[in-house]
Design a protein. Structure first.
Lengths: 109, 369
């Protein structure tokens, strides 16, 4: 790899922070071809590790979100209907009690 | 009233309740947009169901208790873990770049320039101990690339003080910085043609005075000085590691000869206990070398994990040996291979700790590369 390709690599690098990028760009002009090869190897290795970390993070986030959606799905399939049914049941009991009371009042008229 | 307010509401909103359930169910499973949007919408739908369904206070409480926890806390923890990993990676990258001479702190470089100037001044006055002290300081500066002239001054200093092994090492360093210098090549050839590497050590448990004798002392002053330096080291610390001129010697009761070049001659006076310790350490080191070779050939992490385990297992043997006053002949390679394994396994602390135990990093630079 030549110096211009290394400069391009440094500019596009995701693993380098701004300070490290500046230090490297300032130093590139003095690199020998052997040094360029070494720096490229070091950067490439770090870049690959960085990509690995980012892929792991995306996978973790996807798994967390997916698990949440499944819980929400389960919530609407199983939890909400039960709560609604319970509420309906209580309402019916209450309605029947009201009717009994009304009939009893009517009987007493 | 026959029908309570809730009932009226429920009768009026009945179909809407099942809509809410159905819509929530469908949306959770198949929300439009990317996963993040789906999660946002699902969360909003859960909020809506808890707050708007006509299920009374008890029902609302039951739903609130059973609603799924927000995923955002868990996502934040995952992001924080990744941020830490990236910070470690950048630290390790920074350290790798410094080893290649990139990113040296300007203050450290200024200190390097100052020490170089002082070495030159002291050398002009033949104050070689002073030169040696400045070279030691310079070698301790992190990330500094020593120059050809630094190495040549340090080589002269080592020769003047009777350290031919150090002289050779510094000349080789100068040669690697500025290859093809005849002066350096001649000097290296001269040392390699007259001296041989040796490790002499006596277990601290062995009683009596242990001395080194040269049976036919050479005439050349620098060779005589090299022998005197070794004798002083043995008197003071019972061990010497370096180079001696070609010749016949006696160490304690052991006679041995030094031939130029070749492998290191090891003459040790050990108790049985320390012999066992050393045998265990040598075996572990041999296994580490085998794993290292295979790790380098294949690049498989498993070999470096094996080295790491062997290094950790054998470190107490190394400590026992050196505590007994006996240096390990393969000290630098042993720690360098251990350091390289730590580096391959992203164990930055382990790498630094093991590297600190390497006496001559230049000699093991290929292992560490």
């Amino acid at each position: 790899m030549d110096k211009s390709a290394l400069i391009e690599m440094i500019r596009k690098s995701k693993v380098l922070d701004d300070d490290m990028r500046k230090v490297l760009l300032d130093a590139v002009s003095q690199f020998t071809p052997e040094k360029i090869d070494k720096i490229v190897a070091i950067l490439q290795r770090a870049e690959n590790k960085y990509e690995g970390i980012m892929i792991d993070l995306e996978n973790k986030k996807r798994a967390i979100n997916q698990a949440y959606l499944e819980k929400v799905d389960n919530f609407f399939r199983k939890v909400v209907p039960v709560v609604v049914r319970n509420a309906e049941g209580k309402d019916k009991v209450s309605e029947e009690a009201d009717i009994d009371k009304l009939l009893s009042e009517l009987d007493n008229i | 009233m026959i029908f309570g307010e809730n009932r009226n509401l429920f009768l009026e909103k009945g179909p809407a309740s099942s809509d809410v359930v159905e819509a929530g169910r469908v949306e959770a499973g198949n929300l439009p947009g990317d996963l993040g949007e789906k999660v946002n919408k699902a969360q909003a739908r859960v909020d809506a169901s808890v707050n708007s369904l006509p299920i009374g206070a008890a029902g609302r409480e039951a739903l609130a208790e059973q609603r799924p926890d927000s995923p955002y806390d868990e996502i934040e923890r995952a992001e924080a873990d990744s941020a830490r990993e990236v910070a470690d990676l950048r630290g390790s990258l920074s350290s790798d770049l410094r080893e290649e001479g990139v990113g040296v702190d300007p203050r450290i470089e200024a200190e390097h320039v100052r020490l170089s100037d002082e070495m030159r001044t002291l050398a002009r006055r033949n104050a070689w101990k002073g030169v040696e002290a400045k070279w030691d300081e310079m070698s301790g500066l992190a990330g500094v690339d020593v120059t050809y002239n630094d190495c040549m001054l340090a080589a002269q200093s080592a020769r003047a003080l009777g350290y031919p092994g150090e002289t050779l090492s510094r000349l080789k360093m100068a040669d690697s910085i500025q290859p093809g210098q005849q002066e350096v090549a001649d000097w290296i050839a001269d040392i390699e043609g007259k001296y041989g590497m040796v490790l002499l050590a006596a277990d601290s448990k062995i009683k009596g005075v242990i001395e080194l004798q040269c049976l036919k002392p050479p005439f050349a002053p620098d060779q005589r000085l090299a022998i005197e330096t070794a004798q002083t080291a043995i008197r003071e610390g019972r061990s010497f590691r370096g180079m001696l001129p070609q010749g016949e010697y006696v160490f304690g009761d052991n006679a041995f000869s030094i031939e130029p070049g070749g492998v290191m001659k090891v003459v040790e006076l050990l108790t049985d206990k320390l012999k066992q310790v050393k045998a265990g350490l040598v075996q572990a080191y041999d296994e580490m070398r085998g794993l290292f070779k295979r790790g380098q050939e294949t690049g498989e992490k498993g070999f470096f994990r094996g080295i790491d385990a062997k290094y950790k297992e054998s470190l107490h043997l190394f400590k026992n040996l050196t505590k007994g006053g006996v240096p390990f002949a393969d000290n630098d390679k042993y720690h360098a291979i251990g350091a390289k394994a730590a580096k391959e396994l992203d164990d930055t602390n382990g790498y630094e700790e093991r590297l600190a135990l390497v006496d001559n990093k230049f000699e093991v630079r290929d292992l560490l590369a």
